[in-house]
Ligand binder design. Structure first.
Ligand code: F6P
Length: 480
């Protein structure tokens, strides 16, 4: 058990979003996304003040009213401080820089025909820098209220927050965790040097910097050396600590009535062999090549036609960004192409459902035979851990070598190279043909690993890494 510690968590999307119900009353809804779920143990075990961006109009009202006390799903109190950005600043920050640029660069999706051109400095300074500055200012105010708190910053939206905080409060204890891949100097070189260097300087202002894998950590050391000559510092402050699943939460969810009723619905429609994918609609997730590979499997294995089906449960994501809108259309076209070619009355090879329905995803986790996780690149990929944890059919995981989770789960998966459609078709064929003993042994291997490396261990590990590099001051406040 860790000592409870005062913490200021800073992330772009917060743990709660606000709206008004039919009577105009304020209503809080859980913020979407894996990051927020992953940070819950921190809220339950520590004195957390959470600083995040206001997303909609009601969030902005909440931001204007100042900090407020909220409760986590397990009932733990925490302080929430929302920051309202100027809408133009936020658009440049989120929809021009953080997602279509940083996310794309760090997932190997960059296309040299694209921007950034000469005008990239404007969204960088007017959007990304400003939004980071505003969140850092709020974190500093909270730090003045709780001076012995550690500041724990998250993800690619907020690379500059640590440097802003450090400049104002040199003694602060600051950690950052990057939830997406890190890439080497060549990949960063597509950005203007001020931007690439700014990103690295931001992280090097931390006491501790975490990544999901050793591979991403090593890339950070390499790019810090190439861009700033600070590889040694990067080595000293960085570590790898793959994020994990809240095992108790998943066990409980899998046996709820909501999941049971969705399993019953799925049972009526399911093919004999169910291949599943669960993702956000995101170019990095590689759904289009997954559908093409499934089509190739049907072409090569006529005996599977009519017996096998691919269920794709995709959450809509970042729909204000044109690249995401285009990718969703490409996903829909690719699914339709397989159905047009191979479908017949009574059998639709690909079922594509684009909807945010977490309980249906868990129902499908329980009942898949093959799980396809083929991202072009992925910081970790939590689906690869969550789904095997609750699967009841000896399901086989087909996993991209480019997902961070591959480093941990490789002994128990059918590996795939995400750009190799032919190889993915062969991998699906192999997964379908795997013998029951082997299926069971592999699933058990993943399950054992996920159960013993759980989310509490991840959160504790992050704070220990910070303590190791920047010990807590003697006499720091502690809850009993
Ligand atoms: O959970 C996956 C993830 O991509 C995180 O890396 C990121 O912080 C979060 O989603 C942000 O998602 P959104 O764009 O929906 O705020």
């Amino acid at each position: 058990m860790t000592r409870p510690e005062p913490l200021i968590v800073v992330s772009n999307r917060g743990p709660l979003g606000f709206r008004r119900d039919a009577d105009g009353e304020l209503e809080a809804a859980r913020g979407a996304g894996g990051l927020v779920t992953a940070l819950r143990p921190l809220v339950d075990r520590h004195d957390v003040t959470w600083v995040a961006s206001a997303m909609g109009d009601v969030d902005r009202e909440v931001a204007a009213a100042g900090r407020r006390t909220e409760r986590s799903r397990s009932g733990s109190p925490f302080t929430l401080r929302l920051v309202a950005h100027d809408p133009d600043v936020y658009r440049l920050f989120y929809s021009v820089v953080a997602n279509p640029v940083l996310w794309f660069v760090q997932h190997g999706l960059w296309d040299l025909m694209r921007e950034p051109g000469a005008d990239f400095e404007q969204p960088w300074h007017g959007g990304y820098v400003e939004a980071n500055r505003a969140l850092a200012a709020a974190a500093i105010e909270e730090l003045d209220r709780v001076p012995d708190a550690a500041v724990f910053v998250h993800d690619y939206h907020l690379y500059l927050v640590p440097a802003f905080v450090r400049a104002e409060r040199p003694e602060a204890r600051i950690a950052h965790f990057t939830h997406i891949p890190w890439v080497g100097p060549e990949a960063w070189s597509v950005l203007p040097p001020t931007v690439a260097r700014g990103v690295h300087e931001g992280l090097l202002a931390c006491d501790s910097v975490g990544f999901h894998t050793e591979r991403w950590r090593a890339a950070f050391v390499e790019s810090s050396e190439a861009l700033l000559g600070r590889g040694e510092e990067a080595t000293l402050i960085s570590h790898a600590n793959p994020i994990a699943v809240d095992v108790a939460e998943f066990d409980a969810l899998a046996s709820t009535d909501g999941v049971r009723s969705r399993r019953a619905e799925l049972a009526i429609e399911r093919p004999e062999i169910l291949v599943l994918r669960v993702d956000r609609v995101d170019p990095s997730k590689n759904a289009v090549r997954g559908f093409e590979a499934f089509g190739l499997l049907l072409e090569r294995s006529p005996a599977l036609r009519g017996r096998i089906g691919l269920l794709a449960l995709l959450d809509p994501s970042r729909e204000e960004i044109p690249e995401y809108v285009d990718y969703r259309l490409a996903v829909e076209r690719a699914a339709a192409a397989v159905n047009e070619r191979f479908g017949r009355p009574g059998w639709e090879p690909v079922s594509l459902v684009v909807r945010d329905d977490f309980l249906s995803s868990i129902a499908a986790y329980v009942d898949y035979d093959v799980l396809l996780v083929n991202p072009v690149k992925d910081g970790l990929n939590l689906v690869a851990k969550e789904a095997p944890l609750v699967n009841a059919r000896g399901g086989v995981l087909v996993l991209s070598r480019e997902a961070g989770a591959f480093e941990e789960l490789a002994p128990w998966v059918v590996p795939v190279d995400p750009l190799d459609v032919d190889g993915q078709a062969a991998a699906l064929e192999r997964a379908v043909a795997l013998q029951p003993e082997e299926r069971r042994a592999w699933l058990d291997g993943i399950r054992r690993h996920v159960r013993t490396h759980d989310l509490d261990a991840w959160a504790t590990g992050e704070l220990l890494e910070l303590d190791r590099r920047s010990p807590r001051p003697a006499g720091a406040t502690m809850r009993p």
